[in-house]
Design a protein around this ligand. Sequence first.
Ligand code: SF4
Length: 331
Amino acid sequence: MTDSREKLLQVKNLKKYFNISRKEILKAVDEVSFDIYKGETLGLVGESGCGKSTTGRTILRLYEPTDGEVIFDGEDIAGKLSTKAKKNLSRRMQMIFQDPYASLNPRMMVKDIIAEGIDIHHLAKSPKERIDRVYELLETVGLNREHANRYPHEFSGGQRQRIGIARALAVDPDFIIADEPISALDVSIQAQVVNLLQELQEKQGLTFLFIAHDLSMVKHISDRVGVMYLGNMAELATSDELYEHPLHPYTKSLLSAIPVADPEVERSRERIILEGDVPSPIDPPSGCRFRTRCPFAMDICAKVRPKWHEAEEGHWVACHLHDEEIKANNV
Ligand code: SF4
């Protein structure tokens, strides 16, 4: 289905481990694989600490990958990169941060915050071209040119996130990682920012990785959605497929926690309530990392890590319940 489209990003068996002490290693991202097609939005969801933000930051090389491949537009960018290649990459890949309060320098005027990337990459030939570009970006994100000479504290949370978006757009990127870009905003503002991102994507053909902690947030903006649990991918499918036919017990539990407006449907829905907390990624459970909370766990789940495989066309999952080989062997 989506396979005929061109892949902008391929993440293959990506690992990011952090040494906590001489003996302890935190396996924040452990063999994560997925592709992102040109012009699509891939949503990445999971509880806090599941590794979704670390995955985003490792793709952007804000963290050095421990192992695995990250292929961006045909080039492996996970290995050693020259300063020139890193700079080029920092123009083509941008990030929108979760906290619009913390991500803007309070001592800089908005025009200089937005123009930072323009200056670094020498994208304006004159001061006039620079400020005209800033005005254009402010208008693109729903602000106006009078805002250019103000400081971040003079804006509301939603406006600050718009400034963050303008800053990301300033270098004309191909790919944007939006790391929980609406979580810190009032609910009334969240939809405005999501709509803005959607509009920008349609107009400018951008490709997005949209990271969020709950499924309801990513549903409308994402073409496909990936679900992470404790450093692993649990499931990935188109948004409609994932919401209508989830395969992984963890995805089912996340979906069953989203309230449905229709009281009839709400009453008859199957609820999967998870027991216990997310285990520590320093000492994750053997086999399937979800097994300590999974209501369907079997013996094999403690022994064998489930394979990340395409169970149905375009629908990826890591769960023994959907592994034909395991089922055929009646394990
Ligand atoms: Fe549950 Fe086993 Fe599937 Fe893991 S592999 S989600 S423990 S059934």
